[in-house]
Write a protein that binds this ligand. Structure first.
Ligand SMILES: Cc1ncc(COP(=O)(O)O)c(C=O)c1O
Length: 418
């Protein structure tokens, strides 16, 4: 093992300052004055940059021989991710290249029977729809869409509707995002999980808009499968992610997407002499089935450094920190004529605040001008979305955001607004 990979096991290759809520010291190169785009792509912290730099140096010096210590680091990442979502065994976590990789693997590998029903929700991000549509075509499944609207607002009857639907027309699987990408609605996962279990449906969760900033407990929520990409709230690089599969569910998957690393002892024939080239080796019957071939060593090492910071801070604390930030921002934007799409019940809130802009502004026209003033936000499906994470500091950033918004509102409508 190259000795300098051992220097700092969890916080980047060279060791960096400790993370603290509201402190962006670990993001010294970040140019945007207020970065509120963690629901899109997170910037890389110093530990992520240093770890990736270290991998790069190791491979430049040693090629193949650099791989093994970083493979060990990957095993630690598996444990870290299992801890983050309350999964018992690290082997119930497979490392992937994005959310869709996990969704597609389950969609293609479920032991489907023709006519099986899959329940989805309208308004979901397409990564949690397209793979199910493909599976429906390939395996003659029936897709049913439920509305998200009844999950909004106190008194919403979304859970009762889901329960009634599953009672009337049993489904094989329900697929839902833990947090909706546009409105930021945090779905009542534990209640959904209980209903699914009571009605005999498996539960698949797209957790990319939650994992790392909104608490998730796969045991409490009876989650069967969960997939998340690494580049949003986990704060790692793109091209990384993970799939959780409950052990008994993973054992039942048909390894339709398997390749050479999906087998047990996949490396024996490379390193242990002749006689091990056996195409009939059994497949791994857990979430690691998803790791079929050569992995993203650079990206996953970076993800490990990012997740270590999250575990150090604690997801509950990060979530509470973001709520304080968004409470203040929501209040100030409402006072300026914006309409909040954030849930009124605290339990249905995530770390996303999406708003409609006051007429005649559009979200796109305002977002472009905010970014030009150093306020990074985005426009999912027509709303203006603010998504702070642990390094965001309301005391420093709110005045900057509100000054920019006030300046735009007083400049008034320009030709760019339409
Ligand atoms: C809910 C949700 N799922 C999935 C994705 C992305 O999927 P992938 O990681 O496969 O690119 C996004 C955003 O990019 C999202 O908001």
């Amino acid at each position: 093992m190259p000795d300098d990979t051992q220097r700092s096991p969890d916080h980047g290759a060279t060791g960096a300052a400790r993370p603290a809520l509201g402190d962006r010291a670990l993001f010294p190169s970040l140019e945007l004055a207020a970065y509120l785009n963690h629901a899109a792509i997170s910037p890389w912290s110093t530990p992520v940059v240093e770890t990736i730099t270290q991998v790069t140096r190791d491979f430049a010096r040693q090629g193949l021989h650099a791989l093994f210590p970083w493979l060990e680091r990957r095993e630690r990442l598996r444990e870290q991710l299992a801890r983050l979502i309350g999964a018992g065994a690290a082997s119930s976590v497979g490392l992937t290249s994005n959310t869709s990789h996990g969704v597609s693997t389950v969609a293609l590998c479920m032991p489907w029977r023709p006519g099986d029903r899959v329940v989805l929700f309208t308004g979901e991000f397409p990564a949690n729809v397209t793979p199910w549509q493909r599976a429906a075509e390939l395996f003659q499944l029936e897709l049913e869409f439920l509305e998200l609207a009844p999950f909004h607002g106190p008194g919403g009857d979304g859970l009762a509707r889901l329960d009634a639907r599953l009672r009337a027309r049993p489904a094989r699987l329900v697929a839902v995002s833990a947090v909706q990408f546009q409105s930021g609605l945090r779905m009542p996962l534990e209640e959904i999980g209980r209903i699914c279990r009571a009605r005999g449906a498996e539960l698949f969760v797209d957790a990319i808009q939650a994992c790392g900033a909104v608490p998730i407990d796969v045991e409490a929520a009876c989650v069967d499968y969960l997939s998340a990409g690494g580049h949003k709230w986990l704060m790692g690089p793109e091209g990384t992610g993970f799939l959780y599969a409950r052990p008994e569910r993973a054992r039942a998957l048909v390894p339709r997407t398997a390749s050479w690393i999906s087998h047990e002892d996949p490396f024996k024939f490379l390193f242990e002499g002749a006689g091990h080239l056996d195409y009939g080796r059994p497949f791994k019957r857990d979430a690691r089935l998803v790791e079929g071939a050569a992995g993203n060593t650079v990206g996953l090492a970076g993800l490990g450094a990012a997740v270590a910071l999250l575990l150090e801070l604690g997801v509950e604390s990060i979530y509470a920190h973001a709520q304080r930030y968004l409470d203040a921002l929501e209040r100030e934007l409402a006072a300026r004529g914006f309409t909040s799409a954030r849930a009124r019940e605290p339990a249905a809130r995530s770390t996303i605040l999406s708003v409609s802009t006051p007429a005649p502004w559009t979200a796109a026209s305002m977002q472009r001008r905010l970014v030009a003033r150093g306020i990074s936000c985005s426009t999912p499906d027509g709303l203006l979305r603010f998504a702070p994470h642990w390094p965001n500091d309301a005391a420093r950033e709110l005045p900057l955001i509100l000054d920019a918004v006030d300046a735009l509102l007083s400049e008034g409508a320009g030709p760019e607004q339409a």
